[in-house]
Design a protein. Structure first.
Length: 244
């Protein structure tokens, strides 16, 4: 099962940003911002692997909780299945708790969190308490028309959440993950009505975070309509982080 925060090294006593100079620590914390289907999960996996960052994907955390049928999983299911935002209180508690538990990591890459101003402010405050902050925010800009078709053709692997697309990034064997051989499935919220609802929320609410991070001088806007490789190169060209 995919885990929302992948890659932490267990070394008790050390936390994000505490074992490096402030400047180095800040350089490693990234955030992906973008509408549903803009490629956050796709680019997040590439960047996490390249730079050795822990990928924290809020949607993956929620799907993990739902698959395990935990109390939180039961609470969030109606929101996620219908394409609505999970209430801030639940979401902030879940993600910040996960960040607090990370030990001795080079940095994090956030995918899907924050989505509201309240979430962004809580995140900033928590990272400041931990002696670190977000260094750069990558906004993947994609027009609404393209997002719908990308999501309708998306398939995800059951074991680890690897992402495919029937048109733009198909698996070698239909229905099977190239990487781990597990079954591919379509997300419950990747259907017409739910997709439109998720996109409405992004453009009416989450998009304002580009202003929030723009004012902090952290925003990088990338044209997300290009191929996966070209988008990745564009991000790398603008990032101020170094390889491991
Ligand atoms: P989440 O799982 O985060 O879903 P999402 O935001 O709807 O975003 P997606 O995963 O759909 O899109 P993506 O940008 O990751 O695109 P991907 O890389 O897969 O959240 C699910 C739900 O959880 C929410 O609706 C909400 O209910 C809840 N939730 C989560 N976080 C929350 C929060 N903070 N607050 C409240 N509620 C929260 O790519 C899409 C497709 O396009 C794939 O098929 C891929 O192969 C393809 N593709 C990607 N890039 C390209 C490219 N450059 N060219 C061609 N194809 C591409
Ligand atoms: Mg995603």
């Amino acid at each position: 099962m995919n885990v929302g925060c992948n890659g932490a090294v267990d070394n008790p006593g050390q936390r994000i940003g505490r074992n490096r100079t402030q400047q180095e620590a800040h350089a490693m914390n990234l955030m992906l911002l973008g509408a549903q289907g803009s490629g956050k999960g796709t680019q997040g996996a590439l960047l996490a692997s390249r730079f050795g960052l822990v990928l924290c994907a809020s949607g993956d955390m929620l799907r993990e909780a739902m698959a395990q049928d935990t109390l939180i999983g039961q609470q969030v299911r109606p929101y996620v299945d219908q394409g609505n935002l999970v209430p801030d209180e639940l979401m902030i508690g879940m993600v910040l708790e996960r960040l607090r538990g990370l030990k001795d990591v080079r940095g994090i890459i956030l995918d899907g969190f924050p989505r509201t101003l309240a979430q962004a402010q809580s995140l900033d405050a928590r990272l400041a308490e931990m002696g670190t902050s977000i260094a750069q925010v990558i906004y993947l800009e994609v027009p609404r028309e393209l997002l719908l078709s990308r999501l309708l053709d998306r398939y995800i692997c059951r074991a680890h959440g690897h992402i495919y697309n029937l048109k733009t990034n198909p698996p070698k064997t239909p229905g099977i993950c190239d990487i781990d051989g597990s079954e591919l499935y379509q997300r419950v919220d990747d259907q017409g009505e739910q997709i439109q609802q998720r996109l409405n929320i992004f453009f009416s609410e989450t998009l304002q975070l580009t202003d929030y991070y723009g004012k902090q001088g952290k925003l990088i806007t990338v044209d997300g309509t290009q191929s996966i490789e070209v988008v990745n190169q564009a991000i790398l060209a603008d990032l101020k982080v170094t390889d491991r």
